[in-house]
Design a protein around this ligand. Structure first.
Ligand code: KG4
Ligand code: ZN
Length: 336
């Protein structure tokens, strides 16, 4: 069968990324230009700056990817682009760029959901086989789902308030660490001990998650200790937070293992780059004899390779978008 090469574009937040993916799993070339250092000056992503920087950099990111791949746009079979969820201004830069390439080179256009992209990052090392349980943990999502097939997702539970990634970023800010908070908290936690008691919400039979209580607890604790001039052991606090935050994920996945016939489990999304989370999930899967896969850390955070992987089943099904494609800030996993 002929190889299918998809050129994919991702600009939903603060990474400008373009990849060429062969047959939905092989990374021919990938470029990721992060704006992280710029946004760190503001403590988080500034949407207006993000879209402006995408516009400035996207052509260069394409040239870099083509150079690495030794291909031209004319050689690829389709152009894929993230259309939702994300920052509308940022998404529009990628969408208009992808539409232009599709029009000029007469290629089909494929609209990809970013969250589905995170799931498909798993295909790069181990092809996803269905059905499988999946936990998506990112700056925008905390979802436990069953992937029934390439086309069908059943959502078991989601966060009822903040996402886990959002809370990592907020807690980092309170502990005077720059954006993005996740990797910084993980680093700080390594030298700390679990000495602070933390709330353990959602200790029930629901598959939903809740993180706002943990966030408020830490903000109040730091505030109160500062007012009393008490010493705050930032590394112990980071370790205590991380264990409590991840324990909630582990408990919900374990609940699914106990209640449902689960044989395979995958992790996805930026927070799945966290080593402690990866280790705890591996231990849980060993205990229940469940096959566990998580993407290489490079493919956990935002990148265009995952978008090219997710575009492949849509290419096979000939599900192409037209030039009215627009950006959407939110999306529903049940109905992507
Ligand atoms: O998937 P992603 O790159 O963007 C979204 O789609 O949201 O996820 C970004 C989130 C941020 O909240 C970031 O702090 C978190 O993933 N993150 C981590 C780690 N690396 C990134 N959280 C915990 N530990 C990490 N090592
Ligand atoms: Zn993401």
């Amino acid at each position: 069968m002929k190889d299918i090469n998809i050129l994919s574009v991702e600009t939903s937040c603060d990474e400008t990324s373009i990849a060429i993916i062969k047959n939905g799993c092989e990374v021919v070339a990938l470029t990721i230009l992060t704006q992280m250092d710029t946004h760190a000056n503001f403590g988080g992503v500034v949407p207006e700056i993000a879209s402006r920087m995408h516009t400035e950099n996207i052509t260069m990111v394409l040239e870099e990817t083509l150079k690495k791949s030794k291909m031209s746009v004319a050689d690829v079979d389709a152009i894929a682009v993230t259309y939702a969820p994300g920052l509308v201004g940022s998404l529009l830069v990628g969408i208009e760029f992808a539409k232009t390439l599709a029009l000029v080179y007469n290629k089909p256009l494929i609209a990809v959901n970013h969250t589905i992209g995170h799931i498909y990052a798993n295909n790069i090392e181990h092809e996803i086989s269905y059905p499988t349980l999946a936990l998506i943990v990112s700056g925008g999502h905390t979802d436990l789902v069953i992937l029934k097939s390439e086309k069908e997702i059943e959502v078991l539970g989601s966060t009822i308030d903040d996402s886990i990634g959002e809370v990592y970023d907020k807690v980092a800010r309170v502990l005077n660490m720059p954006y993005p908070g996740g990797p910084n908290i993980e680093r700080l936690a390594k030298s700390g001990k679990v000495t602070y008691d933390m709330p353990r919400p959602m200790d029930n039979d629901s598959y939903n998650f809740s993180y706002s209580g943990l966030k408020s607890y830490i903000i109040n604790l730091v505030h109160n200790e500062k007012q009393r001039n008490h010493e705050i052991r930032f590394n112990d606090l980071a370790a205590s937070f991380q264990v409590a935050a991840i324990d909630q994920l582990v408990r919900k996945v374990e609940l699914a293992f106990q209640n449902l016939d689960i044989k395979k489990f995958i992790l996805a999304g930026g927070v799945s780059a966290n080593s402690y989370l990866r280790e705890e999930m591996q231990k849980l899967c060993d205990k229940y004899h469940v096959l566990f896969h998580v993407p290489n850390k490079l493919y956990c955070t935002d990148n265009a390779a995952m978008i090219g992987c997710a575009a492949y089943p849509l290419y096979k099904a000939q599900k192409f978008a037209d030039f009215t494609l627009n950006a959407e800030s939110t999306s529903n996993l049940d109905n992507y």
